[in-house]
Design a protein around this ligand. Structure first.
Ligand SMILES: [Zn+2]
Length: 365
């Protein structure tokens, strides 16, 4: 009933997801962190918001093409003033294909199905509904809320946490991680002792991680890269103790200093220097997406069934996410994406499906 997609993401730009608040400290614009570990992360809400938009973009690109291909007669038959009328008059009503783009409700999908709903207090089928349509695969997959019906959605995003973090060493760039992080992706390695590290060779004696100079305790046994698509070798991975990880990450973030420009003089405004921190390029994140297939549940409850209408399948939702993931490589996530921040390369892997509850020792975080 719940299917999982594992997600790995490589930052091809620095990533800036701001807290929006203001803090007293080294930087002015701080990034989102896990409150317990103090390690920066990409919140699931950022992922959900951008992905919703990218599925809309992908669907609209294809819809435009399809509209151009269909004859004018067919276009006419899609007419109607409300979404129900449009769907009722649609020719492809009994489309048997499992293609997510062919999901019936997509006939009324529009760009406003992404972003914040600008008409949450009208009914879904109202002529004046200019916001979320409430019918398409995006609205049903990601959720919507109207005057007459609220729908939680079927796709649940976890936060993206740091799996491997790049640090400069005199042996080139190495990616640090910990035994407990590796365990979360199914790799069993023991943690090095306090203030010691493990490398693939294990015979370097000492290695610097940024400005920290640490003794190499022994070798680790990672033989295959946990992220096959990102051309990272086991030799590049260094395991550090839990106690050091947050410390090393936080002291190796990218910090940029900028100034505001005075529009009259075109030069730097006095006293307008500000600093921004970001997760550096090369960082690899992990997380998961759970898809809750409510189709069985809906069919056993006819009253609800009539109200929400047909639902996309798990496969259709997975395909929609996979097909639109490439937008992260060009449009990115978070703030300052027009200034060289935010691009990610995403890898999605089919995980387990489960009937509910937690199995196979997955983390509850
Ligand atoms: Zn919609």
């Amino acid at each position: 009933m719940v299917e999982t997609l594992k997600i790995f993401a490589l930052a091809t730009d620095p990533i800036y997801i701001g807290t929006g608040g203001y803090t007293i400290g080294r930087v002015d614009n701080t990034i989102v962190r896990d409150p317990i570990t103090n390690i920066p992360k990409i919140p699931g809400s950022s992922l959900a918001g951008t992905w919703r938009y990218y599925v809309v973009l992908e669907a609209l690109t294809l819809k435009d093409l399809k509209d151009k291909q269909t004859s004018t007669d067919e276009n006419k038959s899609q007419n109607g003033s409300t979404s129900d009328e449009k769907l009722e008059n649609c020719n492809g009503k009994n489309n048997p294909t499992n293609d997510w783009k062919a999901f019936l409700g997509n006939q009324v999908l529009r760009v406003n199905c992404a972003g914040q709903d600008d008409a949450p207090f009208v009914e879904r089928n109202d002529k004046n509904n200019t916001g979320h349509c409430g019918c398409c695969i995006v609205c049903k997959g990601f959720g919507f809320s109207k005057k007459d019906i609220s729908w939680q959605g079927m796709i649940f995003f976890s936060d993206l946490k740091i799996l491997l973090f790049p640090v400069f060493t005199f042996k080139g760039t190495k990616w640090i991680t910990t035994a407990s992080i590796l365990q979360e992706i199914g790799i069993n390695e023991s943690s090095p002792r306090e203030n010691k590290i493990k490398t693939k060779n294990g015979n370097e004696r000492y290695l610097n991680l940024g400005w920290l100079y640490l003794e190499v305790e022994s070798n680790h046994n990672i033989s295959n890269s946990p992220v096959s698509n990102f051309s990272l070798k086991p030799e590049d991975i260094v395991i550090v103790p839990e106690s050091l990880f947050s410390h090393i990450v936080n002291s190796n973030l990218e910090v940029r200093t900028s100034v505001s420009i005075d529009p009259i003089t075109g030069s730097a405004k006095e006293g307008a220097l500000f600093t921004t921190e970001a997760i550096p390029r090369g960082t690899i994140f992990y997380g998961n997406i759970r898809i809750f297939d409510k189709n069985n549940f809906i069919n056993s409850n006819n009253k609800m069934n009539n109200k929400i209408g047909s639902l996309p399948s798990c496969e259709q939702l997975k395909d929609a996410l996979k097909d639109s993931a490439r937008y992260y490589e060009s449009l990115g996530i978070g703030g300052m994406t027009t200034r060289g921040f935010g691009r990610l390369k995403i890898e999605l892997i089919n995980g387990n499906s489960q009937s509910g509850g937690s199995q196979n020792g997955q983390s509850n975080q």
